[in-house]
Ligand binder design. Structure first.
Ligand code: URA
Length: 222
């Protein structure tokens, strides 16, 4: 929970700075530190994320977009962050790229969207759909890591370069790394293109089709 604690401490220090303090001792926060324990229950975790104001993104959100799907899903998709429609609806991938993602799940994996779990690197919309900053991704990471731990998927598909980068720390470009099966602790990670990239570059759909065929083969071997 170090990320959350650091973000909270930073927030408190900024508040003190705005109030005119030039010096303080970080140790004074120990007693008043709120409970940063993340619950072992998805609904309670969601309730906690709804209260989160640890980064700038929370200031501009209409809704926090926690994620949705089967809490026992074998397959999890991870995108970058909510867009305008998702922010309005409080649900992941419900705009145009969401429609495409749903088609990919239903037409290639041959399972309903409700059978997978869909989440994002950050739970609040970055203004103008900009890429989440490392600090925003880092602050939100404990929520996503806890979701992964609770859902315990066998396969995680990261959508786009940003989700891949923040999930692995690897800087390899998505064009090079997509379709690679990466054995992580407890699950196989497969990076592929983001549906919004496919909306702009429909010719890349065939590569995503190949990547999802690999997912299908893995699913059948489970
Ligand atoms: N793009 C994302 O990365 N996530 C969403 O939820 C919607 C669009």
């Amino acid at each position: 929970m170090k990320n959350l604690k650091n973000a909270l401490l930073l927030k408190q220090l900024y508040t003190l700075k705005q109030l005119g303090f030039r010096y303080t001792s970080a140790s004074i926060y120990k007693e008043s530190e709120p409970d940063l324990f993340l619950p072992d229950d998805l609904e309670k975790l969601k309730a906690q994320a709804l209260q989160c104001h640890l980064c700038e993104l929370s200031k501009h959100r209409t809704n926090m977009v926690f994620g949705e799907g089967d809490p026992q899903a074998d397959i999890m998709f991870i995108g970058e962050g909510p867009g305008a429609t998702e922010d309005k609806m409080g649900r992941p991938f419900v705009g145009r790229s969401g429609e495409l993602l749903t088609k990919m799940i239903e037409n290639v994996l041959l399972i309903p969207r409700e059978a997978v779990y869909i989440a994002n690197i950050v739970k609040c919309r970055p203004p103008n759909n900009r890429i989440p900053t490392p600090s925003e991704a880092h602050t939100c990471q404990p929520f996503l890591q806890k979701q992964i731990a609770l859902i315990d998927p066998k396969i995680i598909i990261t959508l786009g370069g940003t989700a891949y980068h923040y999930m692995t720390g690897d800087e390899t470009g998505i064009t090079k790394i997509r379709g690679t099966l990466l054995q992580q602790e407890g699950y196989t990670l497969i990076p592929t293109y983001h549906p919004s990239f496919l909306l702009r570059n429909p010719s890349a759909k065939k590569e995503v089709f190949e990547d999802l065929k690999k997912v299908k083969a893995l699913m059948e071997a489970l």
